[in-house]
Design a protein around this ligand. Structure first.
Ligand code: 0PR
Length: 399
């Protein structure tokens, strides 16, 4: 039966009881059983700030110039993390919105092409396919080899007069791998063809800079590569901020100045919108600014170190099941992809894990199919121990 808007409202306690009954069906991060998510419980300080200022609307920034100023500063701090603090941009609804905006910028500067194409590795996130569908361009997907890498010579020859943009990924959705951004940049430059180069660091953006700080040798993946024009980096993933918060960061102020949509009648005065969303939450922006100022590099480094240590622990413990379970690649960041080492399909293993209350990401259309674990801050070593025990029982039963 469809639920009706009640004529007379229920008491707050009755309503809360009803909500509590419904959310009792939800999974909880703190059980440690959600192994396949890129989100986690937001930091309590971010929750506190967001609940203090729920009315802030950055769709009308003229009414909220203070919040708007802190949005610009948040983007500068993100830029500082990613190799260039002289950037502009916006906090957006998430990685998908940021990627859609990036593709719009790429397309805007090559509007006269009949068959526009964006070149991207086949591991590219679904949001680029959404953008392609909305805006009428084609994604030319680069095939990956058995190590999930693409051939740079093939990349070079795939660029043609229809190429409006190139996407590189710093932390792929499935395996957390980083594309050869620096080499891609050099090839793009050699074409002399105004190709827009966007790096999707939705997940890796809050991980790679801190692994670099911790002394890991990492290839350049960010604005340190001069050809990179824009980046996606999501505070609502490893940034520990509230949903919805992604970021779209642009190196050149020029694009933002020319490409905004004029909204002349706003209460706070005329403004150009760059986001897809109109009315949008300012409280999560304030929370993001506050959390970044509070944690600092040191705080984020500690978060990343713990996740990385747990990733290495998980990797070690998985070796006990090597006869049955392998890894698609040794993890580069806190994302690990398991594969089946026998003829038992990964889909069966995924099903059995779900039956035991473990929630991983099953990439059924990859070759080989991959069961992804994201070692987020809520995934701790005691949960990893229980997981290995359950996984061990499952694979032994299935053989
Ligand atoms: N770019 C990359 C590289 C991503 O991995 C993701 C999301 C996005 C862009 C899009 O970000 P938004 O979801 O913020 O728009 N990656 C995760 C995924 O699709 C998102 C996710 C998060 C999935 C939590 C499940 C989950 O429980 O796997």
């Amino acid at each position: 039966m469809p639920v009706k808007l009640p004529e007379k409202g229920f008491s707050k306690s009755k309503v809360i009881a009803d909500i509590n009954m419904a959310v009792a069906d939800d999974q909880q991060y703190d059980t440690g059983h959600i192994l396949g998510s890129m989100c986690t419980t937001p930091h309590t300080f971010a929750i506190k700030i967001a609940s203090m200022y729920p009315e802030k609307n950055l769709g009308d920034p003229g009414l909220f110039p203070g919040t708007s100023r802190l949005e610009a500063e948040t983007i500068q701090m993100l830029g500082d993390m990613l190799g260039d603090e002289h950037v502009v941009g916006n906090i957006v609804g998430g990685g998908s919105e940021a990627n859609i905006i990036a593709m719009r910028v790429a397309k805007k500067f090559k509007e006269n092409l009949e068959k526009p194409e964006v070149l991207a590795p086949e591991t590219v996130h679904a949001s680029f396919y959404k953008a392609a569908d909305f805006m009428g361009f084609k994604i030319k997907a680069l095939k990956l080899d058995k190590d999930f890498e693409f051939d740079l010579a093939e990349f070079d020859s795939a660029i043609n007069k229809n190429t409006i943009g190139v996407v590189g990924i710093a932390g792929t959705t499935s395996l957390g791998l980083v594309d050869p951004i620096e080499q891609m940049g050099k090839i793009i430059e050699s074409k002399n063809n105004d190709i827009f180069f966007h790096v999707d660091a939705a997940f890796g953006g809050f991980v790679l800079p801190f692994l670099r700080d911790l002394g890991y040798k990492l290839p350049k993946f960010d604005f340190l590569v001069p050809q990179v024009m824009s980046m996606t980096c999501d505070p609502h993933k490893m940034g520990l901020n509230l949903i919805p918060s992604g970021s779209f960061i642009l190196r050149e102020h020029f694009y933002k100045d020319v490409l905004g949509f004029d909204i002349p009648y706003l209460a706070g005065g005329a403004f150009k919108h760059f986001n897809v969303m109109g009315t949008r939450p300012g409280n999560v922006v304030l929370a993001c600014w506050g959390l970044m100022r509070h944690l600092g590099r040191e705080g984020y480094r500690a978060v990343v170190k713990e996740c990385w240590d747990n990733t290495l622990y998980l990797r070690e413990r998985l070796k006990e099941l090597e006869k049955y379970i392998g890894v698609a690649r040794e993890p580069m960041i806190n994302v690990l992809g398991m594969t089946s080492n026998t003829n038992v399909p990964m889909s069966e293993i995924d099903k059995a894990l779900r039956n035991k209350g473990w929630y991983l990401g099953f990439f059924r259309n990859m070759n080989p199919p991959i069961e992804r674990i994201v070692v987020m801050p809520h995934v701790k070593s005691p949960a990893i121990d229980v997981f290995i025990e359950d996984l061990g029982k499952i694979v032994r039963e299935l053989h």
